[in-house]
Write a protein that binds this ligand. Structure first.
Ligand code: FAD
Length: 391
């Protein structure tokens, strides 16, 4: 049965239906019982828990966003709360879904043909096919709208891809990767579903990360990789179409960042009630209460923003700048919150076993991926002024 989170101070979870609440509880229970007990060890070893993929996807976390595979009709607020629930226990598992469901399935859903959607979405929802999303390159991150160097050259019914990608999540073990490349004929960015066993495709793990260590990010090289026209995303005709995918995933990252804040805050509250200094639990000291109240303020404001940006998606009024504002704002507040939560735990705040440390480190990745704070500000700035400062 549904148990409201103490950290949902204004009761935003009450906005979703009973059926959605039940589904949310399934995700919470899976994350608490299956992921939480093991994830610090995976984090330390920088390994992804492959053996959990099937059971994780059985909670339907990669299904809710797509008509073709969803178990029931649902709201964007509910899907946001699912992202928050996952990240509240572990941001790496949330990121795995963010890539599989948000970026890879999202690209096929938004930019694919009906045939491409019905071919790939069911297999990806169940985990039979793992996907990745290759936009960023070694020489092009924030400027990927125009700076992409990977090329796609058409020759009759097939395309030849050449170039390199960097930071691509899930890509050391993905079966397919959505590769964004510039058409050498019209100069526009197009999307291709690339089978990772294609000759000329290689993916190499990026080692020694200090955030989201279980997430397997890769450098990809594409040397004369041949992709049939049937695997080109039928409705991806320029970067404007890529941006439609990013608008959705940025709102999801905003929700995940609230989850990361909640995870760290909950750890700090529990710790403050146990840890005694000056003869009483530190929770009874005024300045610790102030730190916790500031965390809760950030969480509550960010949740309110996420709820509204999700409602706007369902209302059909959400634009790029709305999700960009939420992504930039909520990840900034997350960074502040995980810092305060860690601070409230003193030295133990930097030890994995006390939980806040993992959220503290992982926050840095969420802050920078899916568009840095600066780039999301510039998208908002363009909406405010009518002038794009980044082209
Ligand atoms: P840069 O673009 O080099 O930026 C460096 C700094 O300069 C930033 O602070 C930036 O805000 C600032 N800057 C740049 N231009 C301007 C400007 N005009 N005005 C002001 N400041 C500016 N990409 C994928 O395609 N697929 C993935 O699955 C994926 N997963 C990722 C997972 C992780 C853990 C990480 C860290 C990254 C991932 N990325 C992925 C890439 C991510 O989206 C990029 O790192 C991000 O867009 C920033 O690009 P960059 O790292 O090249 O930084």
């Amino acid at each position: 049965s549904f148990e409201p989170l103490a950290s949902d101070f204004y009761g935003f979870e009450s906005l979703v239906s009973d059926r959605e609440k039940d589904a949310l509880m399934r995700v919470r229970s899976y994350m608490e019982t299956t992921v939480r007990p093991v994830i610090n060890d995976y984090w330390e070893r920088a390994e992804f828990p492959h053996e959990l993929i099937t059971s994780f996807l059985e909670t339907d976390v990669a299904r809710y966003g797509f008509e073709e595979v969803r178990p029931f009709e649902n709201s964007a607020v509910f899907r946001g709360l699912v992202a928050m629930e996952m990240a509240r226990v572990d941001a790496s598992m949330a990121t795995f879904i963010g890539v599989q469901e948000g970026l890879a399935m999202g690209s096929i859903s938004v930019c694919g043909s009906a045939e491409q959607r019905s071919e790939w979405l069911p297999k990806m929802a169940s985990g039979e096919v793992i996907g990745a999303f290759g936009l960023t390159e070694p020489l092009s991150g924030s400027d990927s709208a125009r700076g992409l160097r990977t090329t796609a050259t058409r020759d009759g019914e097939s395309w030849t891809l050449n170039g390199s990608k960097r930071w691509i999540g899930n890509a050391t073990f993905s079966d397919i990767t959505v590769i964004w490349a510039k058409d050498t004929e019209d100069g526009q960015v197009k999307g291709f579903i690339v089978r990772t066993d294609s000759p000329g495709y290689t993916a190499t793990k990026i080692e020694r990360k200090i955030a989201l260590r279980p997430v397997q990010n890769a450098d990809i090289t594409l040397e004369n990789v041949v992709v049939p026209e049937s695997m080109r995303l039928a409705n991806a005709n320029s970067f404007r179409d890529t941006a439609k995918v990013l608008r959705l995933t940025r709102a999801a990252v905003a929700w995940s960042s609230v989850g990361v804040s909640v995870g760290a805050y909950e750890a700090a509250v529990a710790y403050a009630k146990e840890r005694e200094q000056f003869g009483k639990p530190i929770a009874e000291h005024q300045l610790i209460q102030d730190l916790l109240a500031k965390c809760l303020g950030n969480i509550t404001a960010s949740m309110a923003m996420c709820v509204r940006v999700s409602q706007m998606l369902d209302e059909g009024t959400q634009r790029d700048e709305h999700s960009a504002l939420a992504k930039g704002f909520c990840t900034s507040k997350m960074r502040e919150t995980v810092g305060w939560a860690r601070e409230a735990m003193g030295g133990n705040g930097i030890v994995l076993d006390y939980e806040a440390a993992r959220f503290f480190a992982d926050a840095e990745a969420l802050y920078s991926y899916e568009g840095t704070r600066e780039m999301n500000s510039l998208i908002v700035g363009r909406a405010i002024t009518g002038k794009a400062a980044f082209v």
